[in-house]
Design a protein around this ligand. Sequence first.
Ligand SMILES: NC(=O)c1ccc[n+]([C@@H]2O[C@H](COP(=O)([O-])OP(=O)(O)OC[C@H]3O[C@@H](n4cnc5c(N)ncnc54)[C@H](OP(=O)(O)O)[C@@H]3O)[C@@H](O)[C@H]2O)c1
Length: 306
Amino acid sequence: MNASLLFSGLGVATASYITLRFLRFIRLYTRPSSVKRYIYGENPWALVTGASDGIGLAIAQELATNGFNVILHGRNPEKLETTKTRLEGEHKNVQFKSVVLNASSATSQQIEQAVASLDGLNLTVLVNNVGGAAKVQPLEKNTADELDSVMNVNARFPAQLTKALLPKLARPQGPTLIMNIGSMADLGVPYATVYGASKAFNMSMSSCLAVEVKAEGRNIEVVGISVGRVTDVGHNKEDSSFFTPTARTMARACVDRVGCGRYIVVGYIGHAIQKFVVDLSPWIVFEMLVVPTMKDRKENEERKQV
Ligand SMILES: NC(=O)c1ccc[n+]([C@@H]2O[C@H](COP(=O)([O-])OP(=O)(O)OC[C@H]3O[C@@H](n4cnc5c(N)ncnc54)[C@H](OP(=O)(O)O)[C@@H]3O)[C@@H](O)[C@H]2O)c1
């Protein structure tokens, strides 16, 4: 084989590979959601954790729009009640319930009790959304309690809740869905070390559980959704842009990815483009972009504390 034939063969193979990847990318972000497959039986319910604000509230709204009854989880009974009343006004054809549990301190017994209170409901969807960072600061400046709280809210609580709900979700009569909300902070973002690590736990839990339920012959879709910067959430009300969507746009993207066949997926296309560029670039480029932004946020945090 002469050299020019070899190079043109390599060229064709590379072009085909890039075209295929591009088409798969387009398909991933344009295919219709399969969320409606989880609407079956009498009164299907979805449980959304951290549903009194931000992305969780918006996911609850999206699921209600799709016809699910929604159980709203949060820690503040008054705020949850206000949210429930608001959603009842917006969505007249579905029902809402609320469950109060502090994700940073709930014991496994309290979680089991909350799960028992859902007995008899046709629960087909669990969205583990609750989470969040503590202060943006170097690891050693966190108190031990702050670190425990971040790990509890983002990792321990979703794991314990999912374990407690699995017997309800592993049902012979139809498929069920577990969606876990992660963060692109797990890529290596400074000043949020334990937050990033606990979101990585969340994504790893998604892929491991997805394979485990398959191995056990259970008809459960498990998907981990990786999320970049989002606005119109509890701690951020900046203007939205293509790369910083509102909570509602992010929630729609989460629901749209249902049935995509991946165990972990970047939920929103703007964030996927950012991740694609990061993956293509030398690591130093990511650091050059992310370090100044996070340093600014750390300094803002320090100013707030004095
Ligand atoms: N916003 C972003 O830029 C972004 C980026 C990547 C990933 N994420 C992930 O997206 C998810 C939602 O974030 P968000 O920005 O929408 O947050 P958010 O607006 O602060 O809302 C968080 C929700 O969780 C609840 N919550 C917080 N701590 C809790 C606790 N200890 N016990 C029970 N409920 C608690 C909050 O209740 P209260 O209303 O009582 O506070 C609220 O309902 C999180 O998993 C986060 O890690 C967000």
